[in-house]
Write a protein that binds this ligand. Sequence first.
Ligand code: FES
Length: 673
Amino acid sequence: MSPPFRHHVLQFHRWAGLILGVVLVLIAVTGAGMVFRPQLDPVINRDQFTIAACHASLSLDTLISNARAANPSGGALTYIRLYPDTNAATRIRFSDDQWVNMNPCSGALLGQDDRYGGLFGTLALLHSFHFAKNGHVIAGTVTLAFAIMLILGGFVVWWSGKPRSGRNLSGRTFPQHLHKTTALYASLILLTSALTGLPQAFKWYRHSIYLLTGSPLPAPMSPSVAPAGVRRLSAEAVWQHARSLMPQARQAQIHFAEKPDDSVDIRLIGSDAPHAQAFSYLELDSYTGKVLRFTPYAKNSLGEKIYLWTLSIHYGWVGGLFGQLLLLAGALSVPVLAYTGIGSFLRRKSKQPANKKLLLRLRKKTVEAEGICSFELVDPAGKKLPPFNPGSHIDVYLRTGLVRQYSLCNDPRERRRYLIGVLRTQDSRGGSQAMHDDLEEGSVLEIGIPRNHFPLVSAAKRSLLIAGGIGVTPILSMAEQLASRGADFSMHYCSRSLLHTAFLNRIKSAIYAQRVTFHFSEGALSQRLNLQTLLSDPDPATHLYVCGPVGFMDAVIDTAKKNGWSNERLHREYFAGGISNSDRDVEFDVKLASTGRVYRIAKDKSIVATLSEAGISIPTSCERGVCGTCLTRVLNGEPDHRDSYLSEEDRMKNDLLLPCCSRANSAMLVLDL
Ligand code: FES
């Protein structure tokens, strides 16, 4: 399949799955519940459906009379289902949709049940959407869409997706794989079930079976002619007439006339019928008993036979227990598909950064230390700002076209301002210089809503916060929240000197001041941070958070690991990208799934830059592998992750990549672009 087509099918498949999923799960689960109805109904309602063997049945008229006495307000007689020569109850239905189950031998009432009541009746009601006007059309439409879009689409995508094999699948990849595998095995069963259910929902669908097989469409019922003064035939007379035409009938369904000129519609199933819905059709004049139509099953047209087979297949009455189990497995696979499919979709979405932007006014710009300014941003109308958690950062869109990420360092409980701290550096593209030089109090600037890749672990019993230089910004916000919660924590703040220590006064006057230790690299050796001493006792209840220059963070993390700190308790935030270019970088190819075109990525260019030159734009923000804006799905190939956005676990799966900085370990990457 060509990549563009596959891409569109996949998109269609996802959205159709999400939109139709809930309805489909309802149809499938209720369908699954009814698969074993023929076996379970007589067991659950044994007293209603089973009688002791007897040799002679009472007349139907007697049974109807007794049934009417049991259900005096039931209205007109509409339907009888009987099983001659068996020990099954005769079921009589009136216009109130109540079944009255009678013992055909004794004429005794066995019980009553609502057509759409009880366990199976309710399942049938839900399955066919009988509770809604034109419910069968709703159920049929969803089923048709399911058949076309999901099963065929999913099946095709599965085959053309070339799933990677030979790998141990876990984490996010496992549900995706489970989704595909379940879909593959279930698709044939589900497709069969869906297609065989559609003739009951749509007349046009049923008629197309006749047209395709060159069969005549079902003829309308012939009218009965009521001679003056002649009453309708009794039910027993109707039944005896039918029996005379098919003595070996093992089941009869008699639909009684509603209007004066309606004939009696009888469906008979012979003892030699090939399946449970192999009807022979009989129409009798309601008054004279004249045979208006009699079509034994064998004489039915091919189209009619196919239609009847679809009924039996859809109800799971073909293939015995094996057929029923297959149908059950197919139906139960729908909730599995919904769970794995929606889960996969949501997980993917949750990795997509939000693009919403805010226009904020710079209310205050403060020099906090040598080369460091804080910027207080507020809504121009004084409105509340979107909430944030400790460790969150915002994108700041600069007039120069640059986008930079800065951690929020104020108390997360504050809702009317964002505070960021910016160190002026010799940044190659001038982001921090633009912040320091171009922005004046009163300037209005565009920012992204807060995102958090560096959250506090709420279950941690103790927290150890370590900040290096301007890396103090997210750490400050964490300290504020931990202190407000009364949590146990300590903070170490390393900087060059007092002059280079931002937010010094704020920290010294904070309620958590006693928990903070300052370390100055230009100060006495004795007060410098001794990582080995600090991290030598890896308390399993403590989580460590570090933010600062890359080298500083590497030193902290390496020392912690050497001292036995587990990965799950080590958390870091890059306030600048940790991209490393290497002389060992080589060229590789990138193929776009949507067009199939292949682009060569030079060893000194990023994927984003190369594609941009070819007119293909990928949204970016930091261009340093920090923000996640350019996150892209990898359909094939092995990425060489150079970002600081994806977790170790995400990286292991190799199905996502930050193309602004990451490269490839394989000769080709196929991207979902
Ligand atoms: S643009 Fe920020 S991670 Fe790629």
